[in-house]
Design a protein around this ligand. Structure first.
Ligand code: AMP
Length: 424
């Protein structure tokens, strides 16, 4: 029988790595609570129609699609937003606004696997629906910052743009929505020459080239230059003003390190306003991103509802934590092993293990029936702190032997003092 491997692009997470993921997910849940987002669970499998409606070619072409046994065309979710839009336009349609929903789980995209890029990966996802004000965009950026902070990540930065600037320029140049999306997709991949080839007029090409060339440290300077470049485009001026409002709010209410990048685009098609990414410059990978999508809920049959949201890549956050050796990385707490010296004290030893667990101590029990020497050797190898040895004679006197595996000392301890001894 051949041994089986995981499917390409899919991974097992084991031990410390799994624990790191759990820790990151817990921090995401804490962030959701801090900002008043309600957690929801939606299915991994959704109808193909829903998932492909607004996602954009880029992701549409990389979905895991199949027919279920009832002949339905379905797919594994490549992101959360379509599911959240479905939920918002159905079960939650009468909920008061703003509606703030949080989800965490795996999503699936047929990406080319490499470090930080998998076909099954974890996202924590936040969607804020019903608010059109720059305060709402600001909240999404601030919560991403808070999440990075509570994880203990260092040196991360934001780049912030506005899809409305480029879209307005393109529509004023008479370019239809489909071609606009094609231009944005090429810009997302930094294929600027290909993007510009799709544009009609020289004026438009020059304006876009000007925006592409803009890369300043100071966002106020950058915005001035954007304003100069888009002076002939009324709607692009509005979009620039909106971006300025968001950036002013973010920088006046936080210490976030950010740059304004007007030619920055994102793979998902549904954005209409501010877009952003958070990244660690040395790592050259985005840890998360998002933006405003004011027409999506409507596209799924709901009332016109402005919305803004973001998703963070848990797998990439784990890589960033590892490279920074963050103190926060998984500490697997397995403090104690309880070993009965023979069969006659097995039940008593089990009871002692349960007693310690009820007080929050992580306890392993000797399950292999090994002799004391072997059991201790194993506990040592696994890095446990203490062995609690339950012997007949000691137990009758209300005590056990506690061996400190690090210091290699052992003492007899009264059962009533066992917890204090271990916690000391
Ligand atoms: P998106 O849903 O495309 O906006 O992506 C949000 C975040 O998910 C990105 O910033 C990444 O951190 C993460 N991400 C996207 N694609 C992948 C992938 N194939 N593997 C691991 N993480 C990913």
């Amino acid at each position: 029988m051949p041994t089986f491997q995981t499917v390409r692009g899919m991974r097992d997470l084991v031990g410390k790595e799994a624990q790191t993921f759990t820790n990151i997910i817990t921090k995401a849940q804490e962030t959701a609570l801090l900002f008043g987002f309600k957690e929801v669970f939606t299915p991994h499998v959704e109808s193909l129609d829903l998932l492909s409606a607004k996602t954009g070619d880029e992701i549409r072409q990389r979905m895991f699609i199949f027919e279920d046994l009832g002949g339905r065309q379905v797919a594994l979710r490549p992101e959360f937003t379509a599911s959240i839009a479905r939920l918002t336009t159905s079960t939650l349609k009468n909920e008061p606004k703003p509606l703030k929903l949080f989800s965490v789980g795996t999503v699936y995209r047929y990406d080319e696997p490499q470090r930080g890029r998998y076909r099954e990966f974890w996202q924590s996802n936040f969607e804020l629906m019903g608010a059109d004000k720059p305060e709402a965009d600001t909240e999404i950026i601030l919560l991403t910052d808070k999440f990075m902070q509570v994880l203990g990540l260092q040196g991360y930065a934001f780049k912030i743009g506005h899809i409305g600037i480029i879209k307005s320029i393109l529509s004023q140049d008479g370019i239809d929505e489909k071609t606009q999306n094609a231009v944005l997709q090429r810009m997302d991949k930094k294929e600027y020459d290909l993007a510009l080839k799709l544009v009609n007029s020289e004026k438009c090409q020059n304006t876009l080239q000007g925006l592409i060339d803009l890369k300043g440290k100071d966002w106020r300077d950058t915005l001035e230059q954007i304003n100069a470049l888009v002076s002939g485009y009324e709607k692009a001026k509005d979009a620039t003003k909106n971006l300025a409002d968001v950036l002013t709010l973010v920088t006046s209410s936080s210490e976030i390190s950010l740059t304004a990048e007007p030619a920055f685009a994102r793979g998902l098609e549904y954005y209409t306003g501010m877009i952003f990414e958070v990244y660690i410059p040395q790592l050259e990978i985005a840890l998360g991103g998002g933006g405003r999508y004011n027409r999506l809920i409507e596209a799924f049959g709901g009332e016109s509802t402005p919305a803004v949201g973001c998703a963070h890549g848990v797998d990439r956050v784990a890589i960033a934590l590892q490279t920074q050796n963050a103190a926060y990385l998984a500490k697997v707490e397995r403090d104690v092993v309880v070993i009965p010296v023979n069969e006659s004290v097995k039940v008593d030893a089990l009871k002692i293990a349960q007693l310690l667990r009820s007080r929050g101590v992580s306890v392993e029990f000797e399950l292999m029936g090994r002799k004391m020497g072997k059991a201790l050797e194993d506990a040592d190898k696994r890095g446990l702190d203490y062995a609690v040895i339950v012997g007949e004679r000691e137990f009758k006197e209300g005590s056990v032997v506690v061996k400190d595996l690090k210091k290699r000392e052992q003492v007899t301890v009264l059962l009533s003092e066992l917890f204090e001894k271990i916690k000391s």
